[in-house]
Design a protein around this ligand. Sequence first.
Ligand SMILES: NC(=O)c1ccc[n+]([C@@H]2O[C@H](COP(=O)([O-])OP(=O)(O)OC[C@H]3O[C@@H](n4cnc5c(N)ncnc54)[C@H](OP(=O)(O)O)[C@@H]3O)[C@@H](O)[C@H]2O)c1
Length: 272
Amino acid sequence: MSIMVTGATGQLGSLIMENLLQLVPSSQIIACVRDLEKAKDLLEKGVEIRFGDYDQPDSLVEAFSGVANLLFISSSHPDDNVRLIQHSEVVNVALKAGVKHLLYTGFAFPPKGQIPANHVHLLTEQMILKSGIDYTFLRNALYMDFINVLGLKEAIQNGELITYPGNWLFNSVTRKDLALATAVVLTTTGHHNQIYELAAPRSWDFDELAEILSELSGTRIVHRQDSNIQHWIYSFLAKLDTASTSNDMEERLMGRPVTTLKESIVTFLQNE
Ligand SMILES: NC(=O)c1ccc[n+]([C@@H]2O[C@H](COP(=O)([O-])OP(=O)(O)OC[C@H]3O[C@@H](n4cnc5c(N)ncnc54)[C@H](OP(=O)(O)O)[C@@H]3O)[C@@H](O)[C@H]2O)c1
């Protein structure tokens, strides 16, 4: 049975492809990409490459032809209204093409009750449900990368981690872990019509982050809140449920612990 991955040349998609290539023969994998040049490596590994652009529905009709299992990685377009149009095209074409199983990478812990008018992920899930295609919703937690904008290097230099006031709690996971969990879903059975919250079993706060930075740097780093700190990330984070936890990744899919905050920071500091 063929497995197609859209966004296969993106950051998450590339990691999913790496995992898939370890788990099934390359002849079963199809990458759907909007830039064929970027997919040369995959082609060399024996993966079939098809052109598909969310903005060009006709290209998707050809791309999805004969595909049984379609992993639809959400669009990275900055405008949510555009994303919704793109997503609706993907779902419509998947239905017409006879896709049997549509897997979608949404966002973990969506708001309950009435769906906000521009909630791309929940509205896309609704479109998929309405299509009647068997689905799997892979609701991805906040990528661990967001710690990159918190000024960790400066905190180590100045002995102070300064954050915007609030009772912040974070559940964040690495793309690597998300990719493994997703590849497991794509290559094993029992996932039709399931919803997974791909998140960590525990959340963390800025005090813990300061403690880890202290431990790793060998100097004392104090956490201080300051309302003068201005960064777009805080208004973005305030709109999300970044505190809830789930065992779906560790217990139901990965069969190993998720990468911890400390392990992620080690990698981050090594790459700086
Ligand atoms: N959970 C989180 O914290 C979080 C954070 C950021 C984003 N996201 C969402 O998760 C998705 C995957 O994340 P990522 O890190 O892999 O993002 P990414 O590296 O930007 O990858 C996005 C992928 O979507 C493809 N794409 C964009 N527009 C397209 C179009 N019109 N037609 C076909 N393909 C298109 C891109 O193609 P190219 O390779 O040609 O660029 C790329 O492969 C993002 O798109 C976004 O919706 C989640």
